[in-house]
Design a protein around this ligand. Structure first.
Ligand code: ADP
Length: 271
C-alpha cells in the first residue's frame, strides 16, 4: 500500500549526548518486495518447461532400444543437469516464499521427535550405499509451536548437509532437548570440519567452502539460507560450531516459549 515505513535508531556520541536518526525506508522495502516477487515468479515460470524437458529425457533414457550407445552418456548427463536445475529452482522459490510474508505462519503444535525420526529415515534412504550412521536422541515430550513444513525443510537441510559433506560411513547425531530452558536441535557430524573464516558467511546464498565439490554432490548452495530464514520465521537462530578434523555442529536455538508441554496421552501415542 502507501504505508510509510520508518527506521529509527539512537546514536550516542559521547558525553551522554544522543541523536535520534529517523530514515524513510519505504522505497527500500518496496524494492525488496519487487525483487522477491520477481524471483518467486521467475522460479515458478521456469518449472513447467523444465518438467517437460525432464519428462522427455526420462522417456528417452528409460527405453534402452531408443538411443544408440554413443548417446547414452550425453543423455544421462542432460538428465542429471536438468534435475539439478529443478532443485535450484525449487530452492529459489522456497527461499523467496520464506523471505516474503507468504506462508501460513506458526499454526500448529509440531511433533518434533516424530519429524526427526522421519527425516532420519529419508536421509538413510538417500545416502544409499554410503552407509552413514544417523542417531536420533530426542525428548519425546518436547514439541514446538510452529509451521511444520518450514521446520521440516530447515531440519532436513541440516541432516542432508551432514550426509552430503562428510565421508562415507560418518556418524551423524541429531539431538533435540531443552538446554538452559530453550529448545535446541543439534545436528552433529564427525566429518572434516569447516575453517573458522567460512562460518560467518556459510548461510549466504550460493556461498560454499568448495563450490565445485558442492555442485558435483548436487548441492544448490541455498540450503543454509533456507535454514536461516525458516528459523527466523520461528524467532529462532542458527549457530554453527566446527573444528577442522573433528566435525561440525549446526544448532537451531528456539525461544523458551516456543516449547509446548504435550498432554500425556499424545506423548504416549507418538512415542
Ligand atoms: P550446499 O548445497 O552446497 O550444501 P548449503 O547452503 O547447504 O549449500 O551449505 C553451504 C556450504 O556449507 C556447503 O557448500 C559446505 O561447504 C558447507 N557445509 C554445510 N554443512 C556442512 C557440514 N555438515 N560439514 C561441512 N561443511 C558443510
Amino acid at each position: 500500500g502507501d504505508d510509510l515505513m520508518l527506521h529509527a535508531q539512537i546514536v550516542s556520541f559521547g558525553q551522554g549526548r544522543r541523536l535520534l536518526v529517523v530514515r524513510d525506508i519505504t522505497q527500500v522495502r518496496r524494492l525488496e518486495q519487487v525483487r522477491r516477487d520477481f524471483v518467486a515468479n521467475a522460479s515458478h515460470e521456469l518449472r513447467t518447461p523444465l518438467t517437460v524437458v525432464y519428462g522427455f529425457l526420462e522417456t528417452l533414457t528409460r527405453d534402452s532400444t531408443v538411443l544408440p550407445e554413443r548417446w547414452r552418456r550425453p543423455f544421462d548427463l542432460m538428465t542429471q543437469q536438468t534435475l539439478r536445475m529443478q532443485r535450484i529452482i525449487d530452492d529459489m522459490l522456497m527461499l523467496a516464499q520464506l523471505e516474503g510474508d507468504g506462508g501460513r505462519g506458526a499454526d500448529s503444535d509440531v511433533n518434533v521427535p516424530n519429524l526427526l525420526h522421519l527425516i532420519r529415515s529419508e536421509a538413510i534412504a538417500l545416502s544409499g550405499s554410503r552407509r552413514h550412521r544417523i542417531e536420533v536422541d530426542a525428548d519425546p515430550g518436547l514439541w514446538l509451536r510452529g509451521n511444520e513444513s518450514e521446520l521440516r525443510s530447515a531440519f532436513s537441510n541440516l541432516v542432508g548437509n551432514a550426509v552430503q559433506h562428510t565421508p562415507d560411513g560418518s556418524t551423524i547425531t541429531i539431538r533435540w532437548r531443552l538446554q538452559d530452558d530453550r529448545p535446541v536441535l543439534d545436528v552433529q557430524d564427525n566429518g572434516e570440519g569447516i575453517a573458522a573464516e567460512h562460518l560467518p558467511r556459510l548461510s549466504e546464498r550460493f556461498y560454499r567452502v568448495d563450490a565445485s565439490r558442492s555442485r558435483a554432490k548436487g548441492g544448490t548452495g541455498l540450503g543454509l539460507a533456507i535454514v536461516k530464514h525458516a528459523l527466523a520465521r520461528h524467532e529462532a537462530e542458527l549457530r554453527i560450531r566446527s573444528q577442522i578434523g573433528a566435525g561440525s555442529t549446526f544448532s537451531c536455538v528456539f525461544l523458551p516459549a516456543a516449547a509446548r508441554p504435550v498432554p500425556a496421552s499424545e506423548a504416549v501415542i507418538n512415542a
